[in-house]
Structures are given as C-alpha cells and as structure tokens.
Design a protein around this ligand. Structure first.
Ligand code: NAP
Length: 218
C-alpha cells in the first residue's frame, strides 16, 4: 500500500486531499499542528494522525522520524497574512517558514527514500498569486512565499530523478477558512488537481505549475 503525508490536513483543502487519497487506496498520514483537531480529523477520514507544525523544524524532524518514508508528500499547510508585503517582519517570517522552509525541509528529509525507491510524487499546494505571470498578489508575504515555493518546485525537479516528480498547483478560489466562504468551489474540487498530481504515471510531468490540471506559465 502506498503511503502519503498531507500537511495541514485537519481542515479545508488538506482534509479533502486526505479523503481523496484515502479513496485512492493510500495509507495517509494527516499532519496537523494541533493534536486535538488533528486526531479528530484523522478519525473522521480514517487516516493516521501525525503531529506536525511545518513552521517548526524540530516538529518536522520528529514527524519524519515517526513516519520514516512516504511515496507521496503533499505540502498543503498555508497561512494568508495581512497588509502589505513590507508591513510586518513577523508575518513575513511566518509566511516563509510555513510555505517555503517547511516544504523545503520535508522534501529534503523525505526525497532520499523516494530516490532510493525510484518512486515519489511531491505536490506543492501553491497559488496563482505566487505567479509572476499573474501579478503576484495576496496580503503580506503570501505572494512572495508562494513564488518561492514555485521556485523551489522548479529547481528541485531538475535535481530529482524523473520518477520522483515534484509539481506545484493552485486549487482555485475555494470555500475554506482561508478562501473565505464566498466561493462556491468546494474543497473537494480544489483537491482534484492535487490528487491527480499525487497519482501521476511515470510519463507524467515534473517541475510544472497547474490549475485545474492545466499547465500555467510561472
Ligand atoms: P485553511 O482552511 O485556512 O487551512 C489551512 C491549513 O493549514 C489548516 O489545516 C492549518 O492548520 C494549516 N496550517 C497553517 N499553518 C500551519 C503550520 N505551521 N503547521 C501545520 N499546519 C498549518 O486553508 P485552505 O484554503 O484549505 O488552504 C490550503 C492550501 O491551499 C494553502 O496552502 C493555501 O495557500 C492554498 N490555497 C487556497 C486557496 C483558497 O481559495 N482557499 C487559493 C489558493 C491557494 P490550523 O487548523 O492549525 O490553523
């Protein structure tokens, strides 16, 4: 049975990705920073809970120690922030820790086993707000952090063997706590491209950005 880790799996799109991967037959580790919320969500999804604060390197190392290796890594956890990009040093640091350094460290620690197994699928849940081609929007450090996550995706793909694939994607504007509840797009719809990227065949793409399974320019 293939194993997957989904970060920020306790709600929103991460929870929908967890459910989607469970339906595909994966054994899923649902990563969440809050024990109670994470355990509740894992029970509901039939997944295994792993405590994981992606902004904390110690928490990441402990979680990787616990799960050892996975076939699929979904870097989903994210924070939005507020104000302008230069307004808050603290918010900028949180954005970069959560959406850049955390995904980097998980890839750094989990990719070697994927390389050894000659199989891996890494899905970075980004945003079109992190695309130069779309004008890099979003509050606080959000757009810059997502742009850095896109750059990490692009760069890592060239240093990984072809069957260890890493792609980034935008889930669209989704009805979640982050997206606000004005959107009619449910989390399950936002999760579809992630599940597709997590189950790509050997001939599938790597080092690309997708929205609704369509490639977009960085
Ligand atoms: P959400 O409902 O706000 O969920 C965010 C998730 O990330 C929560 O589970 C949250 O955990 C977790 N998280 C935040 N910081 C974390 C940390 N340090 N360690 C571990 N988990 C952490 O947002 P969402 O809409 O599902 O967003 C999921 C992803 O999609 C994000 O990367 C977001 O940027 C991206 N995205 C969303 C939209 C949209 O319209 N919703 C659009 C484009 C991209 P807690 O419950 O503990 O806070």
């Amino acid at each position: 049975m293939k194993k997957a880790l989904v970060t920020g799996g306790n709600r929103g799109i991460g929870f929908a990705i967890t459910q989607g991967l469970m339906a595909e037959g994966f054994e899923v580790y649902l990563g969440a920073r809050d024990w109670q919320l994470g355990e509740q969500a894992a029970i509901e999804a039939g997944a295994q809970f792993v405590q994981l604060d992606v902004s904390n390197p110690e928490s990441i190392r402990a979680a990787v120690n616990e799960i050892q290796a996975v076939d699929v890594l979904v870097n989903n956890a994210g924070v939005l922030g507020s104000g302008g990009v230069l307004d808050s040093e603290q918010e900028f640091a949180i954005s970069m820790a959560t959406m850049v350094h955390g995904p980097f460290l998980l890839m750094h620690l989990l990719a070697p086993a994927m390389i050894e197994n000659n199989y891996g699928r890494i899905v970075n849940i980004s945003s079109d707000w992190g695309l130069f081609s779309e004008g890099m929007k979003g509050p606080g450090g959000y757009g810059v952090a997502k742009a850095a996550l896109n750059a990490l995706t692009f760069s890592a793909a060239s240093s990984l063997p072809n069957n260890v694939k890493v792609n980034a994607m935008c889930p669209g504007w989704v009805n979640t706590r982050m997206g606000g509840f004005g959107s009619e797009r449910p989390p399950e719809k936002g999760a579809e491209t992630a599940i597709w990227l997590a189950t790509l065949p050997e001939t599938g793409p790597t080092g690309k950005f997708f929205r609704d399974k369509n490639e977009m320019a960085w």
